[in-house]
Design a protein around this ligand. Sequence first.
Ligand SMILES: [Zn+2]
Length: 249
Amino acid sequence: MAHPITSSRSLAAYRSSLGLLVLGACSVEPLALSTQGGLAAYASSTASAPMYKLEGWQDSDRKLLAAALDQTWGVVTSADFQNRVADVTNLHESRGGPVISGARLLELYLNDRLPVTYRSSRASGETADTGIAGDHGLTNFGIDNLARWPAGETPDELLERACMINTISHEWTHAISDARAHVRFTDGCHGSSSVPLVSYTVGSIAHCVYLEQKHVIAHDRFWPCVAYVGTATFSGLSVCEKRKWLSQI
Ligand SMILES: [Zn+2]
């Protein structure tokens, strides 16, 4: 069933109480071309793992990120995620950009996303940004994000993991290139959009699919969850930390 996405409830007051925060929020301008051995350096995506390379990570962090990437891949290759994205009817590719159908987006997301090199970034905190460098994406991934991948799966821990899944799946939308080898789906990094954007909506759908699969939210709360987490921007880190919002959707 076609599902028009609303551009979220009004979150301005909510966000202002949190100050500026960005979670998986950025795409960056095209990077200097650096093929780094070409695509042969990346393992191919399989049913259980996406294509990526980790550069400059300590072993313990590497394991956490690899686990989160694999789990996120499991979410976005699930029928739950794919059916939801395919149902969306009014996503904008960027601010002021054209509308793209959910079905077309899904095709690009699963088949045309470039492999990604992840560099650890101490400066980025709990953010990430992604650019395209020729034949691959390059994500600077704030190591503070890793705190969102706790060892266990208590309800509180699942909320945190959902935020990491949001960040990773969001950044993957920025690893799809346009005809000029630039990031196709941008979100401008700062501030809010007046329309639902591909990047935030994909992140929120993955976020809420994960919460539904883990029985944190009920099936009929799925779209309210997506609206709350945000389709034009990210609602805020409290969705990662407190359960209160779950009773408001
Ligand atoms: Zn972004």
